[in-house]
Design a protein around this ligand. Structure first.
Ligand code: IZC
Ligand code: ZN
Length: 406
């Protein structure tokens, strides 16, 4: 048992459903009692004399653990050589069409061993934990062949057991067309489809995602892969409208996708379709920043009743930062989100985008005890002080897993 006492402000969304409204409950002078990895009591005033471990929050802000619902965690190499191309305004899709971009990471990921990939991703997860992230989605998609896709997914599966952050695995075989299939799209799609039963059998992923974009995969191709995935009991996600609105969002919503991600170029029709299907919009403001692109129409989405999650999009190309706090700051400033809207987007709605809102994303009795203690006395403060890590202590499953300075 662990008692977190003397909490200045406890701020949390409530419930188990993704919502466009962001009602955040705040309790002053609160305590939280955790047992067996779960929250068993929340109260205000002086904490009762439980006989258990005690953690003095010293009057600070406490929120649910942060959930990063969109990352490309496992990959070989980096892509700093693309920086000068970006500086010359060479578009992201042109770098990819020339065999760079995703395809350059594919080369490095294929040649790395499982151990090398695992060690690198483990280091990244350790840093994410210090930033307050307690759950993180991880996509494959840098193999684009059977062995390397499986290798990436196995790294994620192994890392889930090796460190405190809960990992949620997504199969993204349709991330790009590999060079060797450049004249055989059908062959590649069939190959990636054929992997689905194996992934399910070995429990290597819960979700399937497709990069639906000009010059990558069309809406028809994306729909085909996701329908096949659903037949094998994998839930659908889609990268859509990152650069061009080619109809992916509408298709994803039509097939009941759990989330559509990016949405920088989302149309009114796309927003309407997400609203009707209850799909979570996973927005990635640090990618807009890094690609120097417009910011998604986040406020229009909320207004239309679409629940919005905010994630890092950590990857070696379009967002080489895994700092979810930075994405939160950008959401506040560039989406004009309130502190409450942003908190909702990185906790409860992010949990819903990973089908875990019954268990994660809020601080309520019965939920998993994943919490962040902040170097802050109120919620606004963490959105106001951008650019540094304001996490003080992180608790995962009722256990202290990070303490600043220790
Ligand atoms: O490596 O460029 N957008 N996939 C779709 C990415 C960005 C990751 C990358
Ligand atoms: Zn992505």
């Amino acid at each position: 048992m662990l008692l977190i006492e003397n909490i200045g402000v406890l701020a949390t969304p409530q419930g188990t459903l993704a919502t466009a409204e962001s009602t955040v409950v705040t309790l002053k002078n609160a305590y939280v009692l955790c047992d067996n990895g779960k929250i068993v009591e929340i109260g205000t005033g002086k904490a009762p004399e439980f006989s258990c471990d005690r953690l003095d929050a010293n009057g600070c802000l406490v929120t649910p653990g942060l959930i990063d619902a969109h990352t490309h965690l496992v990959f070989g190499g980096w892509r700093e050589h693309e920086l000068s191309l970006k500086r010359q305004d060479v578009p992201y899709l042109e770098i990819l069409a020339q065999g760079g971009g995703i395809l350059s990471t594919v080369k490095k990921t294929r040649s790395a061993s499982l151990e090398e990939l695992s060690e690198k991703a483990l280091g990244i997860l350790q840093e994410m934990l210090c930033l307050g992230v307690t759950t993180c989605e991880a996509k494959s998609g840098y193999g684009l062949d059977v062995d390397t896709e499986l290798k990436q997914l196995r790294v994620t599966q192994e890392l889930n057991e090796l460190q405190p952050i809960e990992l949620v695995s997504t199969y993204l075989g349709a991330h790009a067309l590999p060079r060797e299939y450049k004249d055989d799209r059908e062959g590649y799609l069939a190959l990636m489809e054929a992997l689905l039963p194996r992934i399910k059998e070995e429990n290597l992923a819960e979700f399937c995602d497709v990069f639906c974009e000009t010059g990558v995969f069309s809406a028809d191709e994306a729909e085909r892969i996701l329908r096949a995935a659903q037949k094998h009991d994998l839930q659908a996600k889609m990268h859509a409208d990152e650069i061009d609105p080619i109809g992916g969002t509408e298709r994803a919503a039509g097939l009941g996708a759990v989330s559509v991600e990016h949405l920088i170029a989302a149309t009114d029709a796309g927003i309407e379709a997400m609203k009707n299907s209850g799909t979570v919009a996973v927005l990635l403001p640090a990618t807009s920043f890094y690609l120097d692109k417009p910011y998604a129409r986040a406020r229009d989405m909320l207004q239309a009743g679409v629940p919005v999650a905010v994630a890092s999009d950590f990857n070696p190309g379009s967002c080489p930062s895994f700092n979810l706090q930075l994405a939160m700051n950008l959401a506040c400033w560039k989406y004009r989100f309130t502190a409450e809207e942003t908190l909702n987007a990185v906790t409860k709605n992010a949990a819903a985008a990973l089908l875990r809102a019954d268990r994660l994303g809020t601080l309520e009795v019965g939920k998993q005890a994943d919490l962040v203690l902040w170097d802050a006395n109120n919620l606004d403060y963490i959105f106001y002080r951008f650019g540094q890590n304001l996490t003080k202590t992180v608790i995962k499953n009722g256990k202290i897993v990070y303490m600043k300075g220790l």
